[in-house]
Design a protein around this ligand. Sequence first.
Ligand code: SAM
Ligand code: SF4
Length: 335
Amino acid sequence: MTVWDGPVVDKFGRVHRDLRISLTDKCNLRCSYCMPPEGLPWLAKENLLTTDEIERVASVLARLGFVEIRLTGGEPLLRRDIVDVVARLSRIEGPEGPLRISMTTNGIRLDRVMDQLKEAGLQRLNISLDTVNPARFAELTRREKFEDVLAGIQAARDSGLRPLKINAVAMRGVNDDEFCDLLRFAQEHEAQLRFIEQMPLDAGHIWSRVTMVQGHEILEKLQAEFTLEPVGERGSSPAEVFTVDGGPTTVGVIASVTAPFCGACDRVRLTADGQLRNCLFAREESDLLTLLRSGGSDEDIAAMLRATISGKRAGHGIDDPGFLQPDRPMSAIGG
Ligand code: SAM
Ligand code: SF4
């Protein structure tokens, strides 16, 4: 038996097929639940994975059965060669044909590169938008970029890439009075809205289990104005999905904290500085960067991935008394 034989499976039988790559830890917004106003100590430039290195890692993972890559950050569109990254990754053959490439972005600058990204092979987009109120957006993100995000959403809509998703983090006292407005906005833009429970991943450690908005509260608020019907099986999808007023629009709730979906997790994460993480909440990382830069072979990369996955815990344990927030904030892990 070699490192190439069989799926990448952990101790709990979960087969891993989905890679999240953080392309940069930098961002042009400062969402309060993610980054402090002054930003963070950015990763050293020389430690960022090059596009050749990313392509190599993705090729090894495709050989090991991976079928999907999501590009994230930080803000992935800040990476200068983002179009080239997408083009190179989407040419890699996996077990089900070329790898499927998707991206999570705040939408700023998307209008300028949307056509090129689609041409390069990008298949799906998630755009983050937590409020449809411009003044609130400025307060929450500490930047006057609401119009830029709207332009990005419009470009994504015009691109025809579907499903187009909008992600909104639910926050008490911040946007919990506009869940229905967000859903109407998504409907008008042919997008599928996904509410996300806030997780303890902020650099400022402001998250509170007691005050966070829980998934069931989100649904209750939406049900006051919309008829929601659950949509079938969710597979490895983190969202519980509902049709809105009979469809075709859907809305989803990603209740990572109150209804974790760890049992179906098929993801592994690669940080912008080349560290492999088997979970958003992992306390350990595997140093792929050093392996890549010290002449490691493809077999060595495959072996490191398998070892990382075999150490994966059953769940994130946010509700466990001994839970510790990871040292890296979300922006440096890749959401
Ligand atoms: N900058 C891009 C964006 O905002 O879409 C990609 C990176 S961002 C870290 C990815 C996703 O994580 C966003 O939808 C964001 O709202 C979400 N996120 C960030 N911090 C979070 C937290 N503490 N809890 C839940 N979601 C969070
Ligand atoms: Fe930037 Fe995304 Fe974090 Fe907001 S959530 S600060 S857009 S990385």
